[in-house]
Design a protein around this ligand. Structure first.
Ligand code: ADP
Ligand code: MG
Length: 619
């Protein structure tokens, strides 16, 4: 693999890259100009922009859910419908039962009711579907999309398939927003406010937890992220944005029927996100805009070109979408920033320049005390016994190496020790407590941190942000405060800690580079910094020196030596015998899933059983 030093990427030093104009600013200016101009245009354009704003709200949620958190949903239109029908039902007043008559017509009550009903429905659906993996989740979203759509048409109190008409205009205090250009401002105010809140979220502790889902759930959980909660958060936020759009829809159209809330529309929202760029929030606005404008023009022009009426736009649209996916897989925003040489980062946290108070540290156990006891550990995969009856101890202030040929079962052992995998038999005790039934998150919270043999990081995220994920459990700021940017003090401390750990592993200067631009060796160092960010008492490193250059290996050995001095317990898998023998205190040799020898490095190295196993298995 040819490695391009990060400083040479993008044709300049990282500092020069950082000075490039952000695509977000260009788009914000373009949007501001468009929004200023639209009210001056004929009503038709105002309506078009209202529709774009309504869709953009939903697509912001799709970007969060699908682009950022990696969960594909075809069912967002159902949540728009939930918000819309709740609003219409309350706004029309006539359909309300007598005990709710007092609330009739109140837009705020309608909004609250819509959001609450959506929260309940989405919460229930989330509990049912978010644990599904692979294709099951998207299929589940189609199923609920269809079910909810038919539900709207079934209730006669909701107008059946004809819907509810003649709904009142939105009355905000003394102002009635009756015409399109009046509600235009409210729609776009809410789009911008939602975009701002989501931008803040993604640039925070809670947002990083959601973003971490895309780096693999085992990684996220091992960094202390509550994976299910992060998924549910993204799912509920997306549903609430859709519901908000439904509320606005009712007051814009003054009419609801089931038609716009079916799976077809849900697919359109997904396309909008893909066209704009599902990886960034601006993709929502750009995608919704392009989709709705293009659809309108095509509907207008294609029948004229073909000389007869028909749904030509559906065909042309299908081809266009395939083309966009082919030519611009990161969406129009990604394509644009590449073409114009603009900077395109989802969020860009920077470590604070001014000193901030360091995070509190965990008290390390007394040197020499047993931190990890493994007894009779066995892991079977069907007929394959990957670990058989392995026992070992790890002490505070010691480096223990697990060596063995490829496929010996070393990573399998690590996965069980870090509670990413469940043993078939045997027991693991961490600081004297059995970890049976623990989640990866629980053992991370108790002080175990790990790296992965196959690095698991977010290539489009900066190195600094990747490392900050490791400090997840050392912060406590939640969703609401993050969205309002009230978390900055804690955030500064988390980022400063990440920067400190990056400096420690020698990657400090690359903090603001995209992690995907690092060499494989540097990515391993990033993982070590991320693990150290958790302030662990036990560190599990799976082949940390693979891919490192000689000088980097020496620096890593020195770092591990210092950690040992501090009293940390380090368990590592490594193939480089020079690296292992000069550094570690004890060695455990595993062959075909069984521990065959344990002892001091020199003794192990000359043990005939080890020589035989190694030469026999690795040649
Ligand atoms: P090492 O890290 O020592 O190279 P591993 O622990 O990765 O070895 O693998 C040990 C054995 O277990 C290998 O034969 C591997 O194919 C098998 N194995 C590991 N994980 C799984 C799994 N999830 N399902 C089935 N087999 C597995
Ligand atoms: Mg391995």
């Amino acid at each position: 693999m040819s490695y391009v030093p990060p400083s040479n990427l993008h044709g300049g030093a990282p500092a020069a890259g950082a000075r490039r104009l952000p695509v977000a600013r260009v788009l914000l200016i373009a949007l501001a100009l468009a929004l200023a101009g639209v009210p001056l245009l004929p009503a038709f354009y105002v309506t078009l922009f209202n529709n774009i704003g309504l869709a953009a709200l939903v697509v912001l949620g799709v970007v969060l859910l699908t682009g950022v958190a990696g969960m594909t949903s075809f069912g967002q239109a159902a949540f728009v419908g939930t918000g819309a029908y709740a609003t219409a039902w309350i706004a029309s007043a006539s359909a309300l039962p007598s005990w709710l008559a007092w609330a009739g017509g109140s837009p705020w009550f309608a909004l609250l009711a819509g959001l609450l009903v959506t929260l309940c429905v989405a919460g229930l659906l989330g509990l049912l579907t978010l644990r599904l993996s692979g294709h099951y989740l998207p299929l589940g979203t189609i199923a609920w999309g269809i079910a909810v759509y038919y539900l709207f048409g079934t209730f006669q109190s909701l107008g059946g398939h004809n819907g509810l008409a003649n709904l009142p205009a939105l009355q905000l205090g003394p102002w009635a927003l009756e015409r399109g250009e009046q509600i235009f401002y409210l729609i776009w105010l809410l789009v911008l406010a939602s975009g701002w809140a989501l931008h803040n979220l993604l640039d925070s502790r809670s947002g990083r937890a959601i973003r971490a889902l895309n780096g693999g759930q085992a990684m996220a959980a091992s960094m202390g992220v509550d994976v299910f909660r992060a998924k549910l958060t993204a799912f509920l936020l997306a549903a609430l944005l859709a519901s908000l759009s439904g509320w606005l829809y009712v007051y814009t159209q003054r009419f609801v029927s089931p038609t716009p809330f079916g799976v077809n529309q849900g697919i359109d929202y997904l396309f909008m996100a893909l066209i704009g760029g599902a990886g960034q929030l601006w993709g929502a606005v750009v995608g919704a805009g392009l989709f709705i404008l293009a659809k309108d023009w095509l509907q207008d022009w294609l029948p004229r070109i073909f000389g007869e009426t028909g749904n030509f736009e559906a065909i042309v649209f299908g081809v266009l979408i395939i083309l966009v996916m082919h030519r611009a897989p990161t969406g129009v925003v990604g394509w644009l920033s590449q073409r114009l040489g603009l900077r395109n980062h989802a969020a860009r946290s920077r470590a604070p320049g001014a000193p901030v108070a360091a995070l509190p540290r965990r008290a390390l156990p007394a040197r020499g005390s047993t931190v990890l006891e493994v007894r009779g550990l066995t892991r079977r995969f069907g007929g394959l016994v990957a670990n058989h009856d392995i026992s070992l101890d790890l002490h505070a202030g010691e480096i223990l190496a697990v060596i063995g040929p490829n496929g010996a079962g070393k990573s399998t052992l690590f996965n069980q020790l870090s509670c990413c995998d469940v043993p078939s038999a045997g027991e693991v005790r961490f600081h004297g407590r059995s970890v049976a039934g623990w989640s990866a998150r629980q053992i991370a919270a108790a002080g175990l941190a790990r790296t992965f043999q196959h690095v698991k990081l977010l290539p489009r995220m900066s190195v600094l942000e990747n490392v900050t994920i490791g400090a997840h459990l050392r912060g406590s700021q939640g969703l609401a405060r993050s969205m309002l940017r009230l978390d900055r003090e804690e955030e500064a401390r988390l980022l400063a800690e990440a920067q400190r750990q990056l400096d420690r592993v020698g990657l400090g200067a690359l903090a603001h580079t995209e992690a995907g631009n690092l060499s494989l060796g540097q990515q391993r160092l990033l993982e070590i910094a991320r693990a150290l960010c958790a302030d662990p008492s036990v560190l599990l490193l799976d082949e940390p020196a693979a891919g490192l250059r000689h000088a980097e290996k020496q620096a890593l050995a020195a770092l591990l030596g210092r950690l040992r001095e501090e009293g940390m317990a380090v368990l590592l898998v490594e193939h480089d015998m020079d690296f292992v023998m000069g550094l570690v205190d004890r060695v455990v040799v595993v062959v075909f899933g069984e521990k065959i020898v344990e002892g001091l490095p020199a003794a192990v190295q000359s043990d005939p059983r080890v020589l035989e196993a190694y030469l026999g298995a690795s040649t």
